[in-house]
Design a protein around this ligand. Structure first.
Ligand code: GRF
Length: 186
């Protein structure tokens, strides 16, 4: 399946998708970030759909349409969100019309949203983890495809805990995308 990846951050999950030799046809980024370097080093096409505003004037609908168009231009059949910093408007899912997967650093439905790791620490949970799910218009809420637990260790801060979770995501996400693309998951 022709895979489009959406990333905004350090791109270490993207690196794992590249290493797994998935058929990545485009990497969509919304801001300058290391994920661009990762994509370029791997010889992948990069679509820079720049998010110009983080304020109340941000036109989320127009932005989301541009993301769908960028994926469409590369005949993307499946999209994978890998740390994308912009919540997409429902318009995106309607326009793209194909499956979208996401990886999230918590055991959903616990700790939805951008601060999942900090909130897990603040709550004092002893076990957290990561979830690969089908992304829907509702944030971090679609059907769960795979999940794995990760222990919280005494002395953890957000960085150390997130890194332990991401080590699992880098294995679980490519594996789950490949299974999904082969039709082994619903
Ligand atoms: C991952 O933990 C992902 O679940 C979250 O953002 C992180 C991306 O990591 N949404 P990286 O930028 O690829 O290292």
């Amino acid at each position: 399946m022709r895979l489009g990846v959406l990333a905004s951050g350090t791109g270490t999950i993207l690196e794992a998708l590249v290493a797994a030799r998935l058929d990545i046809v485009v990497v969509v980024v919304d801001r300058p970030c290391r994920a661009i370097d990762v994509a370029s080093a791997a010889g992948l096409a990069v679509a820079h759909v720049e998010r110009r505003s983080f304020g109340p004037d941000f036109d989320r609908v127009a932005f989301s349409k541009q993301v769908a168009v960028a994926l469409e231009q590369h005949a993307t059949q499946l999209a994978a969100i890998a740390g994308f910093g912009t919540v997409l408007d429902p318009t995106f899912f309607e326009l793209f019309g194909r499956p979208v997967l996401n990886t999230h650093p918590s055991l959903l439905p616990a700790f939805k949203g951008w601060h999942a790791v900090d909130e897990a620490l603040a709550m004092g949970v002893k076990v957290t983890g990561c979830t690969v799910h089908i992304a829907t218009a509702e944030v971090d809420a679609g059907p769960i495809l795979a999940q794995e637990a990760v222990p919280v260790v005494p002395g953890d801060d957000a960085a150390s805990l997130h890194e332990r979770i991401k080590a699992v995501e880098r294995r679980l996400y490519p594996e789950t995308i490949a299974r999904f693309a082969r039709g082994e998951l619903p």
